[in-house]
Write a protein that binds this ligand. Sequence first.
Ligand code: ADP
Ligand code: MG
Length: 698
Amino acid sequence: MRPQILFSLFAEVSSLKGVGAKVTPLVQKLAGPLVRDLLFLTPNGMITRRRTTAVDAIEGEVGVFDVIIDRMFVPAKIGAPLKVRASDETGFVHLIWFGGSPQHIDRQLPRGERRLVSGKVERFNNEVQIVHPDWIVPLDKADDIPAVEPIYPATAGLTSRQVRKLAIQALALAPVLPEWQDTAWIAARKWPAWQAAVRVVHEPEGLTDLEPDAAARQRLAFDELLAHQLALARRRRARQITPAPRIVPGASSDRLLATLPFTLTRAQAKALADIRHDLASGEQMGRLLQGDVGSGKTAVAALAMADAASCGFQAALMAPTEILARQHYQRLAPMFAEAGLKAILLTGRDTAAERRDRLAALADGSAGIAIGTHALFQDAVRFDKLALVIIDEQHRFGVNERQRLQAKGDPRIGGVHLLTMSATPIPRTLELTQYGELEVSRLMEKPPGRTPVATAVLPLVRIGEVAQRLKAAIESGAQAYWICPLVAESEAIDLAAAEDRARDLSRILNLEVGLAHGQMPGAQRESVMADFADGRIPLLVATTVVEVGVDVPNASIMVIEHADRFGLAQLHQLRGRVGRGAKASACILLYGSSNGENGLGDTARERLETLRRTEDGFEIAEEDFRLRGGGDPLGLRQSGFPAYRFADPIRHRSLMLAAADDARMILDRDPDLTSPRGEAIRILEALFDWKADRTAAD
Ligand code: ADP
Ligand code: MG
């Protein structure tokens, strides 16, 4: 139920003065359906006006001139501008309209009358001219012309100034609201109360009031972020109160741990402890395991599955491709067997007999562990006691697919625990908005025995040299990837380029070269990948399809053409495919084009330099995020940020982290929001009204 104090803000925009049938849809499109939405529409700039004269006026500034109207020149032919000449004591001021109505302009500027005229100053033949003056008023209305005027987003049929009038009306309807922020927190930051803050936004005194670090703006951004994080935290809680089977480590888990050919890294042990804590809680787990390619997520997943199976439940691990599922199965099944657990593999390519046996083993519970592809959630698949679902490379699956697998649990034993795994490190802020409803474990540390990947950044003209070094490395037994990006408008052209490259390399190096790209039938591509994985092909030319997660320890060289056209995160992902074995590994980032254009902009250089400097995926993700800066709002939105109205995920990064902590703490201390602050928090939640579906996680 919406608190009564907010009723005025939740009225339809059509209730405002000047918003009739024609304007309503325009306002709705621009701001939204409610008065609140106008209040939340922030100016994106500001005009500052200064009284001036024809002789003093400075080109480019917005000046207000006190003039007498001399005469009007009506255009002789269509398309020519309409001009009015006016003057003050110091000289002429020419006013110009394209497509203006002579009658209308004549009425506003009668000959011989005195007027105040405002507009952006241009100089032409050393005389002042103003194209489309923004204010024309008689002297006694001088106060109508604002000295500072915030500029609002506008749309065809609705000018910035009309929008401003509406925003001011909305402002008048904004009530004083109880304080929902922690009082010490806002006092320390000298933030204004909510109503005062929206007033600053719509009646700014200067441009600094609109900057992201202005006190009022920060306050509103924090309100917005807190409201969003509260919505996510509530979803997280809703999951947590779903009862789910209690799973604790058993004898088989211990045996599996002993069977692993390595000891867990500290990061793995910590992630496993997090997971075990959730699994034993009796509440449904929802956890994301983030870690670079090669950080050892699989071992953590395997131990969690062993826990479930040794408690008499079943666990399923779903991977996005056949080759990945098979790789997991081949590595894990023998270890599970040694630990006394039966695992089965389920993919789209099992024979009818295999499939029948495996389905039976799942249905009667004799197999505690299932590893597979999309085949796992098909209708014919029945589990006896599914209690844990693990999704590898989670971004490759739709929410529905994940939910279909989870739905195979038995409601009588409770909800199915969920662990999703991702090899794409993302900035903490993005993690908070995209996965705010999940708990997160991060594998920050790589298993020992990795060789650092020596990364070089070279212009494409040195490709011949690179090929020669590649030849030598392959002759001494190395395997290499060669990545050609999809860059041209036409995929056909790109494919041709990749095919050419494969042919050239095959000729120059005199060996068999595999080619894998996104247009190939899946089976064919997987068979090339498998040949490479098994060492039958020493060199694989690929567009960006190199399977995420495929482990080819013998591959130690990665060449990436047109590296400057890739995102940093993507380059990092690609590079992660080498450096997995004991061999010294190298990654060569080629930039520019073969016809000698080697220019690389500053940002591009900095990006590639970041990659050369570090192999820490989380650091790279943060840096990528920073380098993309606030100048790419579209890119940010694409990368999963909701459309915030006050908050800027980059500029308000630290506020977002604080809001996440605050939301968690508020709901921990006062889950039903009954304290005085809790009641104010409800008003905040209602004010922003975050719909759960506005987040990217589902
Ligand atoms: P991810 O799935 O995170 O990309 P994997 O789980 O496939 O990484 O692990 C990559 C490689 O590292 C595998 O060959 C695995 O056996 C090995 N590995 C995992 N954990 C450790 C560890 N603690 N010590 C040594 N090697 C490990
Ligand atoms: Mg993996």
